[in-house]
Design a protein around this ligand. Structure first.
Ligand code: FAD
Ligand code: SIN
Length: 532
């Protein structure tokens, strides 16, 4: 079956839905979701969205904090665009119906998170992402030009390669014509042809054993873009959130928002001793790379499997008003956070790298755009500042939509695109192998490519991964295409890329910490050239 649309949006999180809404008055839009429209990392976002609201905060402070957190590997132009355009994008979210908490005075209530020098996080209790997702999906469902295909798994981007041409990575004219996507209910593989395609597939946290990311986040977008020969960047910078709830076996790991530390919660050892003073002057609100490494070190020193977050001194009223989701979740496993300390452990949380885009969300592949976590705009550099991710999606989906609207009229649909060749067989025994291989990939990445790396560990990871890669390609070539085998291939592709990017970076900086290259000094590794 072949469908033709003007705009194809792969992903129904904040990045995908904002783009869809902004192009829908110009042409026919199709939005794909791997599961259901609201099952996204966007819906999980707790802390909020960073933006400058009131004095004494100002744009320069937000820009400076973003650059400092990113160890100045950020693209400064992109940082400036993001921060300066944040006000317009936030006003738009509010106009569309998103509610952010306010003080009694009527002013917006602002939280603080690690690496921010001011209170600037707009939030809706501790479920900001869900509030935004709900607003956007309501608007999208009611737009007559937008079709939503849930349970549609994108397998591969269609390029000249599928028309039988040889496509080299250095070729300049690679074009995206749409995507092959599997309807997970019928198992049919559809050919969806589009003039413009937006990749908005979110993160890749499931290459690790422990992650805050939804289970669908297997790096499909990065893997598809890599196979289509797009330019990728910064994949060594995987952010581990310092505080996910220690609750063995739970997937995804439940996040304990950094805003709780912003409200005064303190990291402690099992012996009730605060430890962040040993690591950074900013204590518990140092940027995430520093806090996650500090916790990792404390766990190694003590042999414990977690550290504690002590929020007992925060008033019950503040807890129930601002953090009701966390309060209820912890209570459900027997922890009353107004009386008990919370056991926490770092978990893979966010990919700062991804598909390289320019300031209009364009990738190196013609007619292919990317936005949200799958993209690498240059905003985050070596480490993302907390709550800058939702903001990035809003700013660059808006820009990508404006650019697409101005340019899509001259683009035609590709002709003679063959349908997916669905030959092959799969047996139950092979399904078991797929599940097992997925666990092996996650274990390799967690053991050797985690918060602390070394050249030996990275090499070992690559050697182990190669065995699974060869077995999986062999299986893929013989099998009927199913979602588990495609996901496994994507996980392996992405794990390979993270290791290779990590091997190529011969220094410790931001989120990439390799003991063979001791950092020049702890905290921020100043590369500042244009400030002060
Ligand atoms: P997502 O919202 O993850 O959406 C991805 C979409 O792609 C989904 O619809 C999915 O179905 C679809 N998809 C994926 N693969 C395929 C495929 N193969 N075929 C079809 N569809 C596919 N950031 C902040 O700024 N502030 C916060 O407070 C915050 N808190 C967070 C808390 C948690 C627990 C997590 C996990 C992240 C948090 N983040 C936060 C990060 C932020 O939520 C994400 O980076 C952001 O929401 C990503 O948006 P997105 O639109 O790119 O992707
Ligand atoms: C959090 O609430 O701690 C997560 C914020 C983020 O990932 O930006």
């Amino acid at each position: 079956m072949q469908r033709k649309v003007d705009f194809l949006v792969i992903g129904s999180g904040m990045a995908g839905l904002i783009f869809a809404l902004k192009v829908a008055d110009h042409g026919k839009v199709c939005v794909l979701s791997k599961t259901t429209i609201d099952d996204t990392a966007t819906s999980y976002a707790q802390g909020g969205i960073a933006t400058v609201m009131y004095s004494p905060d100002n744009y320069e402070k937000h820009i400076d904090d973003t650059l400092k957190a990113g160890s100045y590997l950020n693209d400064e132009d992109i940082v400036r665009i993001t921060v300066k355009e944040s006000t317009g994008r936030i006003k738009e979210l509010i106009a569309w119906g998103t509610h952010f908490d306010k003080e009694k005075s009527g002013k917006y209530s602002l939280a603080r998170e690690g690496g921010h020098s001011e209170y600037r996080i707009l939030h809706h209790k501790d479920n900001t992402g869900y509030e935004i997702q709900k607003t956007l999906s309501h608007k999208v469902r009611n737009h007559p030009n937008i079709e939503i295909l849930e349970n549609h798994f994108s397998i591969d981007l269609i390029t000249q390669h599928h028309l039988g041409e040889r496509v080299h990575r250095k070729r300049k004219d690679i074009t995206c014509f749409g995507v092959y996507a599997m309807d997970r209910d019928t198992r049919n593989i559809e050919t969806i042809l589009s003039k413009i395609t937006l990749l908005a597939t979110g993160g890749l946290g499931n290459i690790y054993q422990t992650t805050t990311n939804p289970v669908f986040a297997t790096g499909d977008g990065v893997a598809m873009a890599y196979r289509a020969k797009a330019h990728l960047e910064n994949l060594e910078f995987i952010q581990f959130h310092p505080t996910s709830l220690y609750n063995p076996g739970e997937k995804p790991s439940f996040l304990i928002t950094e805003a709780l530390r912003g409200a005064g919660a303190i990291l402690k050892t099992r012996k009730d001793e605060p430890f962040m003073k040993k690591y950074d002057d900013r204590l518990d609100l140092a940027p995430r790379d520093i806090v996650a490494r500090a916790i990792d070190n404390e766990m190694k020193l003590s042999g414990d499997e977690f550290v504690y977050l002590d929020a007992r001194h925060i008033s019950r009223e503040e807890m129930l008003n601002h953090f009701p989701t966390i309060y209820a979740k912890c209570l459900s496993i027997g922890i009353d956070i107004t009386k008990d300390m919370i056991p926490v452990v770092p978990a893979a949380h966010y990919s700062c790298g991804g598909v390289k885009t320019d300031k209009n969300g364009k990738t190196g592949i013609r007619n292919l755009y990317a936005s949200g976590e799958v993209a690498c705009t240059g905003l985050h550099g070596a480490n993302r500042l907390a709550s800058n991710s939702l903001l990035e999606s809003a700013v660059f989906s808006h820009r990508a939509a404006l650019y697409s609207n101005a340019h899509f009229k001259n683009i035609g649909h590709a002709k003679n695109v063959p349908d997916w060749d669905a030959e092959g067989k799969i047996m139950n025994e092979e399904m078991i192998l797929i599940t097992q291989s997925k666990k092996e990939v996650q274990s390799i990445m967690s053991n050797y490519v985690g918060i602390v790396r070394s050249n030996l560990r990275l090499k070992r990871a690559l050697d182990r991964l190669e065995i699974i890669y060869n077995e999986t390609e062999d299986l893929y070539n013989k099998s009927v295409v199913t979602e588990p085998i495609c996901e496994l291939r994507n996980l392996i592709n992405v794990a390979y890329l993270v290791i290779r990017f990590a091997q190529q970076r011969k220094e410790s900086i931001g989120l990439h910490y390799n003991i063979d290259y001791p950092p020049k000094r702890s905290g921020d590794f100043s590369r500042r050239k244009t400030f002060d």
